[in-house]
Design a protein. Structure first.
Length: 238
C-alpha cells in the first residue's frame, strides 16, 4: 500500500472459527507492511491458514515506549500497519487502545476493518429484550472487584463482561452471594464446535461448572440481568 502517510488498520480477527474473517480483512493483512500481533503464535496460525506471508511484530500490554515510537515513525514515513488481537476486535478490552490513541494524536490515519466480536456474538444469541446493554470489559481481578459486583445493582438493563477461566467460578460464587435470584448467561467456546450459552441463576451455573470442570475452560462472555433483583427490591419496599 503506497501513500504519502501510512495507515493503522484495526483488524478484527476470528474469535474461534477461522472462517469468520472478512475478505477485506484478508486483503489488508496481505498488503500492509507488517502486522502487530498480541501473540505472534496465535496470529501465525491464522496467517498460515490463509497463506499470508506478511511479517509480524509483537504488540501486547508490555510493549515498550521504544516500540510505540518506532511504529509511529513507520506510519509517519508512509508505511501501513495492521493491528490485531488474539481474537476479536482490537481496542475492545485490549492493549491496542493505547497505540490507536497515540496514532490518532500523531495525526496518522486509523481505519476500522470490522468483523468478529465476542460481545455481539454472545448478545446475538442471548435473546435479550430491549435495546440496551452495558459492556464493562473484564471483571477486575483484585482491586475494584467487590465494587464491581456491588455496582451491578445500579443497572436496569443487562450487563456484559468478560471473565477468565481462572476466575469464572469465583465470579459465580460472588454473584450467588450478592444476587441469588438474577439471571446469568455464560457464552463459552463461541463460534467453535462446542459453542454453548449456559443460562440460570448464579448458583445453578456454579453447580454446572463445578460438576463438569471441562466447561470452565476458555474465556467467558458473561451476561448479567439484574432486572429480577431490582423487581424484588421494589416489591420489598411496597
Amino acid at each position: 500500500m503506497s501513500a504519502e502517510t501510512g495507515t493503522l488498520y484495526v483488524v478484527a480477527t476470528p474469535i474461534g472459527n477461522l472462517e469468520d474473517i472478512t475478505l477485506r480483512a484478508l486483503r489488508v493483512l496481505k498488503e500492509v507492511d507488517y502486522i502487530l500481533a498480541e501473540d505472534t503464535r496465535v496470529t501465525g496460525k491464522l496467517l498460515s491458514h490463509y497463506e499470508i506471508k506478511t511479517p509480524q511484530k509483537r504488540y501486547d500490554a508490555h510493549t515498550s515506549e521504544r516500540v510505540h515510537e518506532a511504529v509511529l515513525a513507520d506510519l509517519a514515513a508512509g508505511q501501513s500497519v495492521a493491528l490485531v488481537s488474539d481474537a476479536g476486535t482490537p481496542g475492545v478490552s485490549d492493549p491496542g487502545v493505547l497505540l490507536i490513541s497515540r496514532a490518532r494524536t500523531a495525526g496518522a490515519a486509523v481505519a476500522a476493518i470490522p468483523g468478529p466480536s465476542a460481545v455481539t456474538a454472545a448478545v446475538s444469541i442471548a435473546g435479550l429484550t430491549g435495546n440496551q446493554f452495558s459492556f464493562l470489559g473484564f471483571v477486575p481481578q483484585k482491586k475494584g472487584r467487590e465494587t464491581f459486583i456491588r455496582e451491578l445493582s445500579e443497572y436496569e438493563h443487562p450487563v456484559v463482561c468478560f471473565e477468565s477461566t481462572h476466575r469464572i467460578v469465583k465470579l459465580l460464587a460472588q454473584l450467588a452471594a450478592a444476587y441469588p435470584h438474577i439471571k446469568v448467561q455464560l457464552g463459552r467456546e463461541l463460534t467453535k464446535h462446542f459453542e454453548e450459552l449456559l443460562e440460570g441463576t448464579p448458583a445453578e451455573l456454579l453447580t454446572i461448572l463445578e460438576s463438569t470442570p471441562e466447561k470452565q475452560k476458555g474465556e467467558f462472555v458473561v451476561i448479567i440481568s439484574t432486572a429480577n433483583h431490582l423487581n424484588l427490591k421494589e416489591e420489598a419496599v411496597q
